[in-house]
Ligand binder design. Structure first.
Ligand code: BT5
Length: 320
């Protein structure tokens, strides 16, 4: 209903309550109530006794009706669950998948304006104040569970492409899931899944992008290694536009992945790599491996050439 009212308000400068009521098949009081709801969301709408309602401005919120307007995807973002605040969009996405009574379509999104318990990998915290893009995508890929790291890598490429298109800034990718600008983290990706031996049941890809956040608003202990798009470009960016561009890129690369065209995605990943050809230390949980990052292989694993010349294939870990 709210989406329909917005559509009519956008078409003309003024639309009377009577016309809206007629078009939507509801009473004028019901129209008035919907207009109040829009105002509560942050839309500026004036009303003139003779002319009717006029939409003056839209809020910079990641509302489904704003994201879906002009979104050219086939299924990513066709259904969006929006929350002003959540603990974590990944937790909510998993709840939706596990308790789906009504069936969650592939590409359904969970979006929150802020998260009170945003999650990083391995139980780490993800700081998520208002101004960022915090969203999770629900997928049911008919792929082997070993594809999970490829999903993270393709998501990283989609984020880089979207940031590049919207800000002209070219970020880099630090294997496996960090997007960096000037060596500092601007985005993190958390891919979670449920799988059986040779089939994935579901995947939730969580993406956190520091869009319009001031550096001083980050906790002190992460300020040094953190950056936002606003800080980099010196101005606020349109989060709606960035989210839309990302979703379009994401669908494009996800389709490629499903067609088993990972090598072409990997080629692009390597163009943006911050990791390759560097001497690095990787924490793989039980120990730390040091060496030169010489390759990312066809399954998304990092190949390190250790000091003794031996090669190590690392499927998951954190570069420290
Ligand atoms: C990640 O973990 O980078 C994955 C982050 C995924 C966040 C999204 S937001 C939407 C969805 N819902 C969720 O609950 N999560 C996903 P990891 O590689 O483990 O990095 C975590 C580390 O990054 C922390 O230990 C901090 O050092 C740092 N960090 C925390 N918040 C940050 C931020 N906003 N920007 C940059 N670095 C941050």
């Amino acid at each position: 209903m709210i989406g329909d009212i917005l559509k009519f308000l956008r078409e003309k400068e003024y639309v009377s309550g009577e016309v809206l009521a007629q078009k939507l098949g509801i009473s004028r009081v019901a129209v008035w109530k919907q207009i109040q709801k829009l105002k509560d969301m942050g839309y500026k709408i004036t009303s003139d006794q003779n002319l009717g309602y006029c939409l003056i401005s839209r809020p910079d919120l990641l509302l489904p009706q704003e994201i879906q307007r002009g979104l050219s995807t086939n299924y990513i973002g066709k259904e969006i669950y929006y929350f002003p605040e959540l603990k974590s969009t990944n937790i909510m996405a998993k709840e939706k998948v596990l308790h789906r009574a009504e069936g969650m379509d592939e590409g359904t999104l969970i979006i929150a304006e802020k998260q009170s318990a945003g999650k990083g990998r391995l139980g780490r915290e993800w700081f998520s104040p208002p101004g960022g893009i915090w969203l999770s995508i629900i997928l049911y890929p008919q792929l082997f569970p070993s594809y999970i790291s490829r999903i993270t890598l393709m998501t990283a490429v989609a984020v880089v492409k979207a940031i590049k298109v919207c800000t002209q800034i070219e970020p880099q990718i630090k294997w496996p899931n960090d997007i960096l600008i000037n060596e500092k983290k601007v985005c993190g990706i958390l891919t979670e899944m449920s799988a059986e031996l040779d089939i994935i049941n579901w995947v939730v890809v969580g993406i956190g992008i520091n869009a319009n956040i001031d550096l001083r608003d980050f906790p002190e202990d992460i300020q040094e290694n953190t950056i936002s798009l606003k800080e980099t470009s010196g101005k606020e960016i349109s989060r709606v536009k960035l989210a839309q561009t990302f979703l379009q890129e994401f669908e494009k690369y996800y389709e490629k992945l499903k067609r088993k065209e990972f090598s072409s995605i990997l080629k692009e990943w390597k163009l943006y790599s911050h990791t390759l050809r560097k001497k690095i230390r990787v924490d793989i949980g039980e120990r730390i491996i040091t060496g030169e990052a010489i390759e990312i292989n066809e399954s998304g694993a990092l190949i390190l050439k250790k000091e003794d010349g031996e090669l190590a294939e690392i499927i998951s870990g954190t570069i420290i």
